[in-house]
Design a protein around this ligand. Structure first.
Ligand code: GLU
Length: 425
């Protein structure tokens, strides 16, 4: 096998917002969505661009560009993470915001969709710089955020630490402690048990549900997981616990393969003691990251970034089942070939919705001022994931469409119906 050469998997130049809209258009047509509702849902309700000055450790002021896009508030306050990345751009945030609307609708929680982003490289910034950036961004968006208006959460490049700063900054402006303004907080600040692993757990639950439909025995199945961050590592660990042999995993440092299955617990332990990276991991051989996606496994879990399954590699995919831990890992143009090949896809807006589901539980607990046990969180999240899977599966049978389009149909139908009841202007 070839040795690792490139830092990132093959990337297509497809525009993520257009990719999202192409699926939306197909589902809208199948549903026979009326023009008025179509026009309401096709563009974000609000897009805010902020430029926030931050004093860096060397005393110089740098101005960072940030975004918050509220796609829809039809189902309730908008919900969605904040991404810190050097290459985040507005059309990506718009797509991610719309995906949040569909995601919340698929799992039937009372939220609209939003997403935020800041162009920055958090890995090259000090904790102090990230804190000042997070506070400045929060303070410039204080009129957008709110426990009943728009509720951020972690996404790529952010975690409980950033959410704590956001909550604190927002609370200071309001003069009262506002736990419910953000989810994914540290436990001591009103975070929920089970939130950290929630997305990965939901990916595992979706994978199990899909395997059952396909008549696959988890204990006789193999998988490859792209991305070994929070989502990928938890999904791999929990799938391995159900008997699935994880043959390959990858992160930004490269891809790792073991024909006998990777010891996921050991790999996680290694990564935790190695600055969050698998670099130098000895429990597997290093392979070309591009090969991981096309390797001979039964289940493929892309859990990293957008557009990694594209027309450039989709022909070579050998998995029978793809479970999308990431948002938008499959480009629109690859959809048809996947369908022709008869591969089942549990789409992002269903497969990774465990995260926002437990975010919702966190917000509910904040409003109740009462903490749930881990069992309660996991049991309720699992029930929601399974019910949502069945809803989407039933729609795919009813309309004779792939699971991705079925998920959009379920989501758009719910949002459109709610819009009808609420009425326009
Ligand atoms: N950023 C996560 C997602 O894409 C979580 C969003 C949330 O919990 O609000 O689903």
């Amino acid at each position: 096998m070839m040795l690792y050469k490139e830092p990132a998997p093959i990337k297509d130049r497809e525009n993520p917002f257009e990719s999202m809209m192409s699926r939306f258009n197909i589902a809208a047509e199948v549903l026979g969505l009326d023009e008025e509702t179509y026009n309401v849902l096709k563009s974000p309700a609000r897009q805010v661009i902020v430029n926030v000055p931050v004093t860096m450790d060397d005393g110089k002021v740098r101005v960072f560009e940030g975004y918050r896009v509220v796609h829809s508030t039809i189902l309730g306050p908008s919900k969605g993470g904040i991404r810190y990345a050097p290459d985040v751009f507005l059309d990506e945030v718009k797509a991610l915001a719309a995906w949040m609307t569909w995601k919340c609708a698929v799992v039937d929680i009372p939220y609209g969709g939003a997403k935020g982003g800041i162009i920055c490289d958090p890995y090259s910034m000090s904790a102090g710089e990230i804190e000042r950036l997070t506070r400045a961004y929060t303070s410039s968006l204080v009129d957008i955020f709110g426990p009943d208006r728009d509720i951020p959460a972690p996404d790529m490049g952010t975690g409980p630490r950033e959410m704590a700063w956001l909550m604190d900054e927002y609370s200071k402006t309001k003069g009262s402690t506002e736990h419910g303004v953000v989810t994914g907080k540290p436990l001591v600040l009103g975070g929920s048990l089970g939130r950290v692993e929630a997305t990965g757990r939901g990916v595992m639950v979706s994978a199990m549900a899909a395997m059952e439909k396909l008549g696959m025995d988890p204990a006789k199945s193999t998988a490859a997981v792209q991305g070994f961050g929070n989502v990928g590592s938890w999904a791999a660990k929990l799938m391995a616990e159900r008997g699935v042999k994880i043959l390959g995993v990858s992160d930004v440092s490269g891809a790792y393969w073991n024909d006998n299955g990777i010891d996921i617990e050991e790999a996680i332990e290694y990564k935790n003691g190695n600055n969050g990276r698998l670099e130098g991991y000895k429990g597997a051989e290093q392979i070309d990251p591009a090969e991981l996606l096309t390797s001979k496994v039964d289940v493929l879990v892309p859990a990293a970034v957008e557009d990694v399954i594209t027309i450039h590699n989709v022909d070579k995919i050998q998995a029978r089942l793809i479970v999308e831990g990431a948002n938008g890992p499959t480009s629109y143009k690859a959809d048809n070939i996947i369908n022709e090949k008869g591969i089942m896809v549990v789409p992002d807006i269903l497969a990774n919705s465990g995260g926002v589901t437990v975010s919702y539980f966190e917000w509910v607990q904040n409003r109740m001022g009462f903490k749930w046990t881990l069992d309660r969180v996991n049991e309720r999240a699992e029930r929601i994931m399974n019910e949502s899977f069945e809803r989407v599966y039933a729609a795919s049978q009813k309309y004779n469409v792939p699971m991705r389009i079925a998920a959009y149909i379920v989501a758009i139908d719910k949002v459109a119906m709610t819009y009808k009841y609420r009425g326009g202007f």
